[in-house]
Design a protein around this ligand. Structure first.
Ligand code: 1GP
Length: 252
């Protein structure tokens, strides 16, 4: 049986809708900014908040999630860079396995160590095949993960990796060029990967304008994640949301 948020993701797909996730890094957002982000997100009908970062060093993850929950019903999904970034105050957890890398710690090691804590959190767990794609320059995630990103021009490797992830039981595939990537993931790669998996495809990293978000949806992304560009200019939420929601599976 599906639990609520994953079910919601699948339902939106069935209704031919694309989704927009605003990424909030608790290290980079002040309390007042959260209020503004939430107001803008409500107005723009943002679908999800993803909360996390490759290197959350502050102690205010709980406060950040609670501040969002206090103001709205938009689901809060944890996107953790490490097991320390888990809080029961969120709704769901992207349970990431870095399938594009060959670092056993991020494939399974950290999961084993944190399993009891994650299981007891009460969060909805969404097993996610996480694929870091080369974004043209080292990003925090590529450095911290100690794993080579998947080459941006090797769509066959990306396709095989995503297919393997799906067959291993991953419920979502997340292709990420890394926060602030110089080069976001190409439509060609998104199209190739989306054509060979049935589970929803999340795409993010270096998306800075609505046109790119629109093209990524057209290419087959189901959920677009944007963090950096919104941190710089929160008013972009409106245009990004409009671009993403303007794509329906029927007009692809
Ligand atoms: C990073 O996919 C996310 O993990 C979002 O990237 O911050 O570049 O939008 P940006």
């Amino acid at each position: 049986m599906h639990r609520p948020i994953y079910h919601h993701i699948l339902e939106r797909r069935k209704e031919h809708k694309k989704s927009f996730a605003v990424l909030i890094d608790p290290d980079k957002v002040a309390d007042g900014d959260i209020n503004t982000l939430v107001d803008l997100s409500l107005e723009a009908a943002v679908d999800y908040f993803f909360v996390g970062g490759s290197l959350v060093v502050s102690q205010n993850l709980d406060e950040c999630v609670l501040a969002i929950k206090k103001q709205c019903d938009i689901p809060v999904v944890l996107f953790p860079g490490s097991p320390s970034q888990v809080t029961r105050h969120a709704d769901a957890l992207l349970y990431l396995s870095l399938i594009s890398g060959r670092n056993p710690e991020l494939l399974i090691g950290q999961h084993v160590i944190s399993a009891p804590m994650v299981k007891n959190s009460g969060l909805e767990i969404m097993p996610t095949g996480y694929m870091v794609i080369d974004g043209g320059a080292p990003t925090t995630v590529s450095y911290i993960s100690n794993a080579n990103p998947l080459p941006a021009d090797k769509k066959e490797i990306a396709m095989c990796t995503a297919m393997a992830g799906e067959m291993l039981g991953m419920k979502l595939i997340y292709m990420d060029a890394g926060s602030g990537a110089r080069v976001p993931i190409s439509e060609k790669m998104i199209q190739s990967v989306s054509s060979c998996i049935d589970v929803p495809l999340i795409v993010g990293g270096g998306i800075t304008n609505p046109e790119k978000a629109y093209l990524n949806c057209k290419a087959g992304a189901d959920i677009i994640v944007i963090g950096n560009a919104i941190e710089k200019d929160a008013s972009l939420i409106r245009e990004m949301s409009a671009a993403i929601h303007s794509v329906s599976y029927t007009n692809i």
